[in-house]
Design a protein. Structure first.
Length: 304
Protein backbone atom coordinates (compact mmCIF):
# COMPACT_ATOMS: atom_id res chain seq x y z
CA UNK A 1 0.00 0.00 0.00
CA UNK A 2 1.19 3.50 -0.80
CA UNK A 3 -0.41 6.71 0.40
CA UNK A 4 -2.44 7.65 3.43
CA UNK A 5 -5.93 6.58 4.37
CA UNK A 6 -8.09 9.67 4.80
CA UNK A 7 -10.61 9.38 7.66
CA UNK A 8 -13.37 12.00 7.64
CA UNK A 9 -15.76 12.92 10.45
CA UNK A 10 -16.01 12.78 14.21
CA UNK A 11 -13.44 13.82 16.80
CA UNK A 12 -14.63 14.47 20.34
CA UNK A 13 -13.57 14.45 23.96
CA UNK A 14 -15.44 11.61 25.68
CA UNK A 15 -16.05 10.90 29.35
CA UNK A 16 -16.37 7.11 29.71
CA UNK A 17 -17.95 5.63 32.83
CA UNK A 18 -17.81 1.93 33.59
CA UNK A 19 -21.01 0.88 35.38
CA UNK A 20 -22.32 -2.32 36.89
CA UNK A 21 -25.44 -1.82 34.76
CA UNK A 22 -26.87 0.87 32.51
CA UNK A 23 -29.42 3.19 34.21
CA UNK A 24 -33.06 2.22 33.79
CA UNK A 25 -34.35 5.65 34.78
CA UNK A 26 -33.46 8.96 36.47
CA UNK A 27 -31.22 9.10 39.51
CA UNK A 28 -27.58 9.30 40.63
CA UNK A 29 -25.32 6.41 39.67
CA UNK A 30 -21.76 5.74 40.84
CA UNK A 31 -19.31 4.31 38.28
CA UNK A 32 -16.76 1.58 38.90
CA UNK A 33 -14.16 3.66 37.04
CA UNK A 34 -14.05 6.62 34.67
CA UNK A 35 -11.69 8.59 32.44
CA UNK A 36 -11.60 11.05 29.53
CA UNK A 37 -10.38 10.25 26.04
CA UNK A 38 -10.32 11.79 22.58
CA UNK A 39 -12.20 9.60 20.12
CA UNK A 40 -15.17 9.54 17.73
CA UNK A 41 -16.03 7.37 14.76
CA UNK A 42 -13.53 8.61 12.16
CA UNK A 43 -10.84 9.39 14.72
CA UNK A 44 -11.09 6.00 16.46
CA UNK A 45 -10.86 4.32 13.06
CA UNK A 46 -7.78 6.41 12.29
CA UNK A 47 -6.12 5.30 15.54
CA UNK A 48 -6.92 1.67 14.70
CA UNK A 49 -5.32 2.09 11.27
CA UNK A 50 -2.17 3.50 12.87
CA UNK A 51 -1.90 0.59 15.32
CA UNK A 52 -2.36 -1.87 12.46
CA UNK A 53 0.53 -0.35 10.53
CA UNK A 54 -1.25 2.09 8.20
CA UNK A 55 -0.85 5.82 7.64
CA UNK A 56 -4.03 7.60 8.76
CA UNK A 57 -4.86 11.19 7.89
CA UNK A 58 -7.76 12.71 9.89
CA UNK A 59 -10.11 15.37 8.50
CA UNK A 60 -12.35 16.60 11.29
CA UNK A 61 -12.92 19.91 13.08
CA UNK A 62 -12.41 21.08 16.67
CA UNK A 63 -13.04 24.31 18.53
CA UNK A 64 -10.40 26.83 19.54
CA UNK A 65 -10.82 25.72 23.16
CA UNK A 66 -8.49 23.64 25.37
CA UNK A 67 -10.39 20.46 24.48
CA UNK A 68 -9.58 21.01 20.82
CA UNK A 69 -5.86 21.16 21.57
CA UNK A 70 -6.14 18.04 23.78
CA UNK A 71 -8.02 16.10 21.12
CA UNK A 72 -5.48 16.86 18.40
CA UNK A 73 -2.55 16.08 20.71
CA UNK A 74 -4.11 12.70 21.59
CA UNK A 75 -4.53 11.81 17.92
CA UNK A 76 -1.00 12.84 17.05
CA UNK A 77 0.32 10.74 19.94
CA UNK A 78 -1.28 7.72 18.23
CA UNK A 79 0.48 8.47 14.96
CA UNK A 80 -2.49 10.13 13.23
CA UNK A 81 -1.71 13.00 10.85
CA UNK A 82 -4.03 15.85 11.89
CA UNK A 83 -2.87 18.40 9.29
CA UNK A 84 -6.36 18.86 7.75
CA UNK A 85 -8.11 19.62 11.07
CA UNK A 86 -9.16 23.29 11.47
CA UNK A 87 -9.61 25.04 14.82
CA UNK A 88 -12.99 26.78 14.53
CA UNK A 89 -13.13 30.09 16.40
CA UNK A 90 -15.94 30.37 18.93
CA UNK A 91 -17.11 26.77 18.62
CA UNK A 92 -16.81 24.19 21.40
CA UNK A 93 -15.05 20.94 20.61
CA UNK A 94 -17.46 18.01 20.38
CA UNK A 95 -17.94 15.91 23.52
CA UNK A 96 -19.79 12.78 24.61
CA UNK A 97 -20.83 10.89 27.71
CA UNK A 98 -20.40 7.13 27.41
CA UNK A 99 -21.75 4.57 29.91
CA UNK A 100 -20.48 0.97 29.65
CA UNK A 101 -22.02 -1.89 31.63
CA UNK A 102 -20.38 -5.09 32.93
CA UNK A 103 -21.38 -6.97 29.75
CA UNK A 104 -19.64 -4.42 27.53
CA UNK A 105 -22.81 -2.79 26.19
CA UNK A 106 -22.85 0.99 26.07
CA UNK A 107 -24.99 4.09 26.01
CA UNK A 108 -23.55 7.11 24.16
CA UNK A 109 -24.77 10.72 24.25
CA UNK A 110 -22.71 12.88 21.83
CA UNK A 111 -22.92 16.61 21.12
CA UNK A 112 -21.50 18.32 18.03
CA UNK A 113 -22.02 22.07 17.82
CA UNK A 114 -23.30 23.07 14.36
CA UNK A 115 -20.63 25.79 14.11
CA UNK A 116 -17.94 23.10 13.90
CA UNK A 117 -19.12 22.03 10.48
CA UNK A 118 -17.94 25.08 8.55
CA UNK A 119 -17.39 25.13 4.79
CA UNK A 120 -15.04 22.17 4.18
CA UNK A 121 -11.87 22.44 2.11
CA UNK A 122 -10.61 19.21 0.53
CA UNK A 123 -7.34 18.11 2.17
CA UNK A 124 -4.28 18.65 0.00
CA UNK A 125 -3.22 15.00 0.27
CA UNK A 126 -6.47 13.80 -1.31
CA UNK A 127 -6.64 16.59 -3.88
CA UNK A 128 -3.09 15.81 -5.04
CA UNK A 129 -3.64 12.05 -5.27
CA UNK A 130 -1.58 11.02 -2.23
CA UNK A 131 -4.27 8.85 -0.60
CA UNK A 132 -4.84 5.11 -1.01
CA UNK A 133 -8.42 5.04 0.32
CA UNK A 134 -11.08 7.16 2.00
CA UNK A 135 -13.20 6.29 5.05
CA UNK A 136 -16.00 8.65 6.06
CA UNK A 137 -18.61 8.74 8.81
CA UNK A 138 -21.96 10.57 8.96
CA UNK A 139 -21.13 13.43 11.35
CA UNK A 140 -19.86 15.92 8.74
CA UNK A 141 -21.94 15.13 5.64
CA UNK A 142 -20.58 17.95 3.47
CA UNK A 143 -16.94 16.90 3.95
CA UNK A 144 -17.81 13.21 3.68
CA UNK A 145 -19.62 13.78 0.38
CA UNK A 146 -16.68 15.78 -1.00
CA UNK A 147 -14.22 13.06 -0.01
CA UNK A 148 -16.30 10.22 -1.48
CA UNK A 149 -16.81 12.09 -4.76
CA UNK A 150 -13.08 12.76 -5.07
CA UNK A 151 -12.26 9.14 -4.20
CA UNK A 152 -14.61 7.97 -6.97
CA UNK A 153 -13.02 10.40 -9.42
CA UNK A 154 -9.58 8.97 -8.64
CA UNK A 155 -10.74 5.35 -8.63
CA UNK A 156 -10.00 4.92 -4.91
CA UNK A 157 -12.03 2.89 -2.41
CA UNK A 158 -14.58 5.13 -0.69
CA UNK A 159 -15.88 3.49 2.49
CA UNK A 160 -18.97 4.84 4.28
CA UNK A 161 -19.52 4.20 7.99
CA UNK A 162 -23.31 4.39 7.84
CA UNK A 163 -24.17 4.65 11.53
CA UNK A 164 -27.29 6.21 13.04
CA UNK A 165 -27.97 9.58 11.38
CA UNK A 166 -30.88 11.49 9.89
CA UNK A 167 -32.26 9.51 6.98
CA UNK A 168 -31.58 12.38 4.57
CA UNK A 169 -27.88 12.23 5.49
CA UNK A 170 -27.74 8.52 4.72
CA UNK A 171 -29.66 8.98 1.49
CA UNK A 172 -27.14 11.63 0.43
CA UNK A 173 -24.02 9.58 1.19
CA UNK A 174 -25.04 6.00 0.30
CA UNK A 175 -24.91 6.47 -3.50
CA UNK A 176 -21.42 8.02 -3.29
CA UNK A 177 -19.62 5.11 -1.61
CA UNK A 178 -17.87 2.13 -3.19
CA UNK A 179 -18.21 0.19 0.10
CA UNK A 180 -21.07 0.66 2.57
CA UNK A 181 -20.70 -0.55 6.17
CA UNK A 182 -23.85 -0.11 8.24
CA UNK A 183 -24.24 -0.72 11.92
CA UNK A 184 -27.41 -2.67 12.61
CA UNK A 185 -29.20 0.49 13.93
CA UNK A 186 -27.90 2.51 10.97
CA UNK A 187 -29.18 -0.11 8.55
CA UNK A 188 -32.59 0.04 10.24
CA UNK A 189 -32.71 3.81 9.64
CA UNK A 190 -31.72 3.37 5.99
CA UNK A 191 -33.93 0.40 5.14
CA UNK A 192 -36.59 0.10 7.83
CA UNK A 193 -35.46 -3.48 8.59
CA UNK A 194 -33.84 -4.61 11.84
CA UNK A 195 -32.79 -7.90 10.24
CA UNK A 196 -29.17 -7.50 9.08
CA UNK A 197 -29.43 -10.03 6.24
CA UNK A 198 -32.58 -8.40 4.88
CA UNK A 199 -30.99 -4.96 5.23
CA UNK A 200 -27.95 -6.03 3.19
CA UNK A 201 -30.23 -7.24 0.41
CA UNK A 202 -32.27 -4.02 0.46
CA UNK A 203 -29.18 -1.82 0.31
CA UNK A 204 -27.52 -3.94 -2.38
CA UNK A 205 -30.60 -3.62 -4.59
CA UNK A 206 -30.33 0.17 -4.33
CA UNK A 207 -26.54 0.49 -4.56
CA UNK A 208 -24.65 -2.11 -6.61
CA UNK A 209 -21.53 -1.91 -4.45
CA UNK A 210 -20.07 -3.94 -1.59
CA UNK A 211 -22.55 -3.74 1.30
CA UNK A 212 -22.03 -4.88 4.90
CA UNK A 213 -24.15 -4.79 8.03
CA UNK A 214 -22.30 -5.41 11.29
CA UNK A 215 -24.32 -7.06 14.05
CA UNK A 216 -21.98 -7.31 17.03
CA UNK A 217 -21.57 -10.83 18.40
CA UNK A 218 -23.81 -12.09 15.60
CA UNK A 219 -21.06 -11.26 13.11
CA UNK A 220 -21.27 -9.40 9.80
CA UNK A 221 -23.54 -9.90 6.79
CA UNK A 222 -22.30 -8.79 3.40
CA UNK A 223 -22.74 -8.94 -0.34
CA UNK A 224 -20.37 -8.15 -3.19
CA UNK A 225 -21.53 -6.28 -6.30
CA UNK A 226 -23.32 -8.49 -8.76
CA UNK A 227 -23.79 -11.38 -6.34
CA UNK A 228 -27.21 -12.82 -5.65
CA UNK A 229 -26.70 -14.11 -2.12
CA UNK A 230 -25.76 -12.55 1.21
CA UNK A 231 -22.71 -13.98 2.97
CA UNK A 232 -22.10 -14.19 6.69
CA UNK A 233 -18.84 -13.90 8.64
CA UNK A 234 -19.19 -15.02 12.28
CA UNK A 235 -17.66 -12.85 14.98
CA UNK A 236 -14.75 -14.43 16.87
CA UNK A 237 -15.88 -15.69 20.27
CA UNK A 238 -14.44 -13.46 22.99
CA UNK A 239 -15.50 -12.24 26.42
CA UNK A 240 -16.70 -8.68 25.82
CA UNK A 241 -15.61 -6.03 28.30
CA UNK A 242 -16.32 -2.85 26.32
CA UNK A 243 -17.86 -2.62 22.84
CA UNK A 244 -17.28 1.15 22.57
CA UNK A 245 -15.35 1.88 19.33
CA UNK A 246 -15.51 -1.76 18.19
CA UNK A 247 -17.32 -0.72 15.03
CA UNK A 248 -14.78 2.04 14.40
CA UNK A 249 -11.93 -0.46 14.74
CA UNK A 250 -13.74 -2.75 12.28
CA UNK A 251 -14.05 0.11 9.77
CA UNK A 252 -10.42 1.13 10.13
CA UNK A 253 -9.16 -2.44 9.73
CA UNK A 254 -11.51 -3.03 6.78
CA UNK A 255 -10.34 0.09 4.94
CA UNK A 256 -6.68 -0.68 5.58
CA UNK A 257 -7.10 -4.25 4.35
CA UNK A 258 -8.98 -2.98 1.32
CA UNK A 259 -6.13 -0.59 0.46
CA UNK A 260 -3.66 -3.46 0.89
CA UNK A 261 -5.56 -5.60 -1.61
CA UNK A 262 -6.87 -8.34 0.70
CA UNK A 263 -9.41 -10.77 -0.73
CA UNK A 264 -13.00 -10.28 0.41
CA UNK A 265 -13.02 -13.26 2.77
CA UNK A 266 -9.62 -12.37 4.28
CA UNK A 267 -10.71 -8.77 4.65
CA UNK A 268 -13.84 -9.73 6.58
CA UNK A 269 -11.91 -12.04 8.90
CA UNK A 270 -9.24 -9.40 9.49
CA UNK A 271 -11.72 -6.63 10.35
CA UNK A 272 -13.84 -8.94 12.51
CA UNK A 273 -10.79 -10.11 14.46
CA UNK A 274 -9.61 -6.54 15.04
CA UNK A 275 -13.02 -5.55 16.44
CA UNK A 276 -13.16 -8.68 18.60
CA UNK A 277 -9.79 -7.97 20.23
CA UNK A 278 -10.94 -4.43 20.97
CA UNK A 279 -14.06 -5.73 22.72
CA UNK A 280 -11.94 -7.58 25.28
CA UNK A 281 -10.57 -4.28 26.66
CA UNK A 282 -12.16 -1.39 28.51
CA UNK A 283 -11.34 2.10 27.30
CA UNK A 284 -13.00 2.82 23.97
CA UNK A 285 -10.50 3.19 21.12
CA UNK A 286 -7.58 2.62 23.52
CA UNK A 287 -8.40 -1.08 23.15
CA UNK A 288 -7.59 -1.06 19.42
CA UNK A 289 -5.18 -3.93 18.71
CA UNK A 290 -1.80 -4.16 17.05
CA UNK A 291 -1.45 -6.13 13.84
CA UNK A 292 0.34 -8.92 15.70
CA UNK A 293 -2.62 -9.28 18.07
CA UNK A 294 -5.09 -9.53 15.19
CA UNK A 295 -2.97 -12.11 13.40
CA UNK A 296 -2.65 -14.11 16.62
CA UNK A 297 -6.44 -14.27 17.05
CA UNK A 298 -6.85 -15.30 13.42
CA UNK A 299 -4.25 -18.04 13.88
CA UNK A 300 -6.02 -19.30 17.01
CA UNK A 301 -9.33 -19.38 15.17
CA UNK A 302 -7.79 -21.34 12.29
CA UNK A 303 -6.11 -23.96 14.47
CA UNK A 304 -8.01 -27.27 15.03
Amino acid sequence: MTGSILCVGALSMDAIFRMDRLPAGPGKFLPIEAFEIAEGMASSAACAIARLGGRPLLWSAVGDDPNGARAIAAMEAEGVDCTPIPRVAGAPTAFSTVLVDRLGERLIVPFYHPALWHNPVLPVALAEGDCAAVLVDVRWPEASAMALIEACRQGLPGVLDADVAPRETLERLLPLASHIICSRPGAAVATGSDDPEDAVGALARRCDVTVLVTAGEAGAYWRLPGEASVRHTPAPQVVAVDTTAAGDVFHGAFTLGLAEGMSADALMRFASAAAAVKCTRFGGRLGAPSRAEVLALLADAASP
